[in-house]
Design a protein around this ligand. Structure first.
Ligand SMILES: [Cu+2]
Length: 320
């Protein structure tokens, strides 16, 4: 047991988010239920272990084997009354928590997230913004995330903020999320969806309301022209090559829909749905051969001249 516990606990800690470290009301509620279940299960475990020990010692000492309670009373209490009480308590707590988690809030911010193999499209219908793999939200305001999928079943899970909700073909599920504190919360696809399921992550970035409003305003403004030079060349290469067939950049002729929208790519923290940090070196490797970081993902390797690659890097890093 010690070995198993050591192996299991080694998975905790580090930077992986924990559902037991809640940063929002929904996650806090779920963590409370989890602790209650753990406490009840531990109490039952200890009680049974003590009874087993007592029973084995009685036999060894050759004592009278009658129970102090009487056999019938013992079965009524230990086998029926106690389990019934425990299950009723858990049923009441789970049902009332579920009701609370699905209750609609006043004036929520609506965000649509669509799952793709193996990344996330993020849309703000009221502000008319499209981005990918990063969900910006204001601290303290309830957010209603509408979940859909472009292909198979995915599941949207941000352990520190809320429970899981599946993204099911032909269905629109809603998850309610509120972040109590500013921060960066890692989310993960929680339903096996193919080869790169493990690298289908995302970030929820909770900002103070003013910072969030600025972000919205910046994304609504007409996109800045790339500065003359390599970045402007990059835009021409992007629009005239295969990139534009799969990716969109607002205000250009690139309107592809099978890959992430790249209008604000330069301001994203990561690349490939949180596979690697977004920097020039990683972007160069990614564009030339996205399979190197994320084998099996749906962006093919693309052969480019070195100056074309540099121009594309300049262009994409200037999209904010
Ligand atoms: Cu998945």
């Amino acid at each position: 047991m010690a070995v198993v516990a050591a192996v299991v606990l080694a998975a905790c800690g580090g930077s992986s988010p924990s559902a037991l470290d809640p940063k929002g009301p929904a996650a806090a509620r779920i963590a409370d239920v989890w602790w209650l279940m753990l406490a009840l299960a531990a109490a039952v475990y200890v009680a049974v272990a003590v009874l087993i020990l007592m029973a084995s010692r009685r036999r060894a000492e050759g004592q009278d084997r009658r129970l102090p309670l009487g056999e019938h009373t013992f079965i009524w209490v230990g086998g029926i009354a106690v389990p019934t009480i425990i299950l009723v308590v858990l049923a009441v707590v789970t049902v009332s928590s579920t009701a609370e988690l699905t209750r609609a809030e006043d004036n929520p911010l609506r965000i649509e997230v669509e799952g793709f193999k193996w990344w996330w499209e993020v849309r703000y219908p009221e502000a008319d913004i499209v981005t990918a793999n990063e969900v910006h939200v204001p601290v303290g305001r309830p957010v209603e995330v509408e979940l859909t999928t472009a292909d198979v079943i995915h599941s949207f899970w941000v352990p520190e903020l809320a429970g899981k909700a599946d993204m099911v073909p032909g269905q629109r599920n809603v998850l309610r999320v509120t972040a109590n504190e500013p921060g960066e919360y890692r989310g993960q696809c929680a339903e096996y969806c193919g080869l790169q399921h493990a690298r289908m992550a995302f970030l929820i970035i909770a900002d103070p309301p003013q910072v969030f409003d600025d972000w919205v305003e910046r994304h609504q403004a007409p996109p800045p022209e790339p500065p003359p030079g390599p970045a402007a060349d990059g835009e021409r290469i992007f629009e005239s090559s295969s990139c534009a067939g799969c990716h969109a950049v607002r205000g250009t002729s690139a309107v592809g829909e099978s890959g992430p929208d790249l209008s604000d790519f330069g301001s994203r923290r990561t690349l490939g749905a949180v596979t690697v940090e977004n920097n020039r070196d990683n972007l160069g490797v990614w564009i030339a051969d996205a399979q190197a970081f994320k084998p099996g993902n749906l962006m093919p390797p693309i052969s480019l001249e070195p100056d074309e690659l540099e121009a594309l890097i300049d262009y994409l890093e200037s999209r904010r």
